[in-house]
Design a protein around this ligand. Structure first.
Ligand code: 13P
Length: 339
């Protein structure tokens, strides 16, 4: 029964103190990141790197799920176990990125909509057989003084919602990811206005498409000043604005909100999560980070066997700190202590 599948999955994902690792970089993005640390990107190097992440000590203690790229879903760990089974053995649910990237929206200023609905039911059935329990679809919104346009907001909301409905029919929990980009000179106030408009429209579309909000994972960006904004918002402002927008737009029945890191430093992403978890909220507030978990790990590894243990320790440490932050138990002083 798909409703039972959905309930079983969401109950595990929404467990307090647990988060999600996004390890679903497309081959193009994985290649850019690997080459950035001097590693040639091959099917085997991507497999080895991802095994390093999944087999880190205590990964299962802090991770409820990992989002995989299709290539990884079909690969095996070194002992021959298929990755989805390998993760489940460690108590981690495998998920799968199902969108097929971005295409330009005609007649806009280079705005984009996410594609991938064609053949989605068939792909989901296949992914489910391979062990996937949840899925991810990412929509992106550029901020300027005039963007995102109403057309970009409504087009992306509609496809996100249609994707979510198709997932639920397949018994797969959808991650609904509307990402308002960090790139730009915008203030936190402008980001708040845009994030509210985006989330409002996403929830209108989810309702219109009859998506059961009890079985979704919302993966939003935090409300934050643009990367190149001269007036940087404080961590307290980020937490306050983000919670404000969530309270205005997100139904209380959504069980869990797992933020993306979006280009924040690992320490910022952890601190912001902590500051939000000081206040009791109707939803579990946790993480679904890629860069904020992986950047220091990948730098420490740099493709060398002798660095695997150090890299895994760094990764486990970030998982632990984010797990604490998701429970309101993190303190910046912990960044200095190595245990
Ligand atoms: P970042 O945490 O690096 O933003 O990645 C999360 C993600 O899954 C983007 O789609």
């Amino acid at each position: 029964m798909s409703q039972e599948d959905l309930k079983h999955t969401i109950d595990q994902i929404a467990l307090k103190g647990k988060g999600i690792l996004a390890a679903d970089e497309s081959t193009k993005t994985a290649t850019r990141r690997l080459e950035g640390v001097g590693v040639a990107s091959t099917e085997e190097s991507r497999r080895q790197y991802r095994e390093l992440l999944f087999s880190a000590p205590d990964a299962g203690k802090y991770l409820a799920g990992v989002i995989l790229y299709e290539e990884t879903l079909m690969q095996n760990a070194s002992d021959g176990t298929p990755f989805p089974k390998f993760l489940e053995k460690h108590g981690i649910l495998p998920g799968i990125k199902v969108d097929k990237g971005l295409i330009k929206i005609p007649f806009t200023e280079d705005e984009e909509v996410t594609q991938g609905l064609d053949g989605l039911p068939e792909r989901l059935a296949e992914y489910k057989k391979l062990g996937a329990k949840f899925a991810k679809w990412r929509a992106v919104y550029k901020i300027t003084d005039t963007l995102p346009s109403p057309l970009a907001i409504s087009s992306n909301a509609e496809v996100l919602a249609r994707y979510a409905a198709i997932c639920q029919v397949a018994g797969i929990v959808p991650i609904v990811e509307p990402e308002v980009l960090l790139e730009g000179t915008h203030t936190i106030e402008r980001c708040a206005v845009v994030s509210e408009a985006v989330l409002k429209e996403v929830f209108v579309a989810l309702k219109r498409n009859l998506v059961d909000l009890r079985y979704i994972i919302l993966k939003p960006s935090m409300v934050i000043s643009g990367k190149d904004c001269p007036k940087k918002a404080t961590p307290e402002q980020v937490a306050e604005h983000t919670l404000n927008i969530l309270k205005k737009t997100v139904s209380d029945v959504v069980p869990t909100v797992n933020f993306l890191s979006g280009g924040q430093t690992p320490e910022q992403a952890t601190l912001h999560l902590q500051l939000m978890n000081v206040h009791p909220m109707p939803w579990n507030l946790s993480f679904s980070y890629a860069r904020a978990l992986q950047d220091p790990t990948m730098n420490a590894w740099a493709g060398k066997k002798e660095n695997v243990k150090t890299a895994q320790d760094i990764f486990s440490r970030r998982l632990k700190l984010n797990s604490l932050a998701s429970q309101g138990k993190y303190d910046q002083g912990m960044e200095q202590v190595h245990s």
